[in-house]
Design a protein around this ligand. Structure first.
Ligand code: SF4
Length: 521
């Protein structure tokens, strides 16, 4: 096989940026799969350049000018940047490949802008791309292994690509690791709900942890597992057998249902510093928080006690909520969350606006069939800049009023003071404060207020939200143009639009007469 000049680009942000948060944290958000692909390509004998794009790099200089094959990994919020970079690289003669969550969620859109689009990817998928490596235009080729790979390169194998990424992080350096893929739960909105749970090789995990102790005194490790606590005993055994207690500092996502007090103590002994459990709703998904059928105020009390118990052992907890679920109506869900914050002052609340990411979850078929999905450009699909599903039980202005009220409450001086005062260490205080004053707290609040103002004052803006018009409001157009910076010039003209019902249209095709499906919306 001809030796190829390959570049693997991991987009952790959606445009050039130089904020304090970006400079300190973006390199810590690197994904694992681009590093695995870079490793596989090199093992196949190719020349590989890996770039973790944190927003400050000049990609026109860093992507090698003679690149044959450019892999880009992107979340949907960075898709327009990915499309623009692909357009640029193709103009220089490169073949381009898209992988990552956006490729899985919107493959039919992405194949218009890439030569290859990858769904589930294993080593054979990559070898197929490497061996063909030819331009596929005007429409690219979609490849998928059908399921997640059972083997991925560990930290030692990926280290060549991890190290330069971590060098971009000035203080905190977090190594991404994976103990499992998929999730046994079936939260209907989640991309991992339909991926069968499988744990990865515990032997590799142990070796990687030992390897990290050669590199750092007390390594920080973020487990990228969708739900870390599932094979709890095996994971803890792997950590405990790798080194003495508290040799590491870990961050993990886990549902509350698997984090009992006994297990929290084990987590504490093993150096867990931050947990991110999903609560999602006070009226639904009780299985995740071990509250069963209990809802409303009783669930708040139970979950709050549970989270306060965790704080007795783990210094940082972020609880995640989804706003706008069909199970919610009226002011109660928002007021209950405020009550939860009062009862659990240390917690950092993470809010997501309900979003349908293309083919990510079967529930999206229902939303598309009902004509409830709005065509917000991908740039805004990051769970907070836009809610692309018309709420079932709220009028838009009413909904934004409640979201603004809750966000303002969560990041009010009183809440920040209580969070600051009750935090158990300096890093926790610093992290809470930085997140509150950055785009996550105050920045979001400003954006929500502007959207609410536009909903009231601009009829065409409101018509877009109601699904009565597909004309993108200039407000959103201008945000994209500003955020993409130099890459705006390379954005393909049609890329601002996508078919928001593509998933439903392709799956609802009549199997008997092959008649085209009925359009919705
Ligand atoms: S528990 Fe978490 S990872 Fe698992 S399906 Fe639900 S939201 Fe997804």
């Amino acid at each position: 096989m001809q030796k190829l000049q390959i570049c693997v680009l991991d987009l952790v942000c959606k445009g050039p940026t130089n904020t304090l948060w970006a400079r300190i944290m973006h390199a810590n958000l690197a994904s694992i799969m681009p590093q695995v692909i870079a490793t596989w390509c090199e093992q196949e004998g190719h020349q590989v350049t890996m770039i973790c794009y944190t927003g400050s790099e000049d990609l026109s200089k860093e992507i090698p000018s003679n690149v044959d094959l450019l892999f880009i990994s992107s979340f949907t919020q960075a898709a327009l940047l990915a499309y623009a970079i692909s357009n640029y690289a193709r103009s220089k003669g490169a073949v381009t490949v898209l992988g990552g969550p956006h490729a899985r969620c919107y493959p039919d859109d992405a194949i218009q802008y890439f030569d290859y689009v990858l769904g589930f990817t294993n080593r054979l998928t990559i070898m197929e791309v490497l061996s063909s490596c030819t331009a596929q235009r005007p429409v690219g080729k979609y490849l998928s292994a059908g399921k997640q790979p059972a083997d991925l390169c560990g930290v030692r194998e990926r280290w060549k690509f991890i190290e330069p990424t971590l060098q971009k992080a000035p203080f905190l350096k977090i190594v991404p690791m994976l103990g499992s893929v998929g999730c046994p739960y079936t939260c209907p909105f989640c991309i991992d709900a339909s991926v069968p749970y499988q744990s990865l090789d515990f032997q590799v995990i142990k070796e990687d942890l030992r390897f990290l102790l050669e590199k750092f005194k007390r390594p920080w490790v973020a487990w990228h597992d969708p739900n870390f606590g599932i094979r709890f005993e095996e994971n803890m055994e792997a950590i405990a057998s790798a080194a003495p207690p508290k040799s590491f500092r870990f961050i993990a996502e886990s549902s509350l249902s698997v984090v009992t007090e006994q297990r929290v103590k084990v987590l504490q002994d093993n150096g867990f510093m931050a947990l991110l459990p999903g609560i999602e709703s006070w009226f639904d998904l009780g299985n995740k928080s071990k509250t069963g059928r209990i809802t409303g105020d009783e669930k708040v009390r139970q979950v709050s006690d549970h989270v306060n118990m965790i704080f007795g052992h783990i210094p940082y907890v972020q609880t995640n909520f989804v706003l706008g679920l069909d199970s919610d109506s009226g002011t109660e869900p928002f007021e209950l969350t405020k009550r939860f914050i009062d009862r659990t002052p240390q917690v950092f609340p993470g809010y997501s606006l309900l979003t349908a990411f293309g083919e990510a979850a079967p529930l999206n078929l229902e939303y598309q069939q009902a004509g409830r999905v709005l065509p917000f450009p991908f740039h805004f699909l990051n769970n907070h800049l836009a809610m692309n599903i018309k709420p079932k039980n709220y009028d838009w202005v009413d909904f934004y009023d409640k979201v603004i009220d809750l966000t303002a409450y969560s990041f009010s001086p009183k809440a920040l003071y209580k969070r600051f005062k009750s935090a158990s260490n300096f890093s926790t205080r610093w992290m809470n404060l930085m997140r509150a004053v950055s785009s996550e707290g105050y920045g979001r609040l400003r954006f929500f207020r502007q959207v609410r103002k536009n909903l009231i004052s601009d009829k065409s803006f409101r018509a877009y939200f109601e699904g009565e018009s597909k004309q993108l409001p200039p407000f959103y157009y201008n945000v994209i143009k500003k955020d993409l910076g130099v890459w705006w010039e390379w954005l393909p003209e049609k890329a601002l639009l996508h078919n928001e019902n593509a998933y439903y249209e392709k799956t609802s095709e009549c199997k008997i007469c092959t008649a085209p499906p009925v359009k919705v919306g």
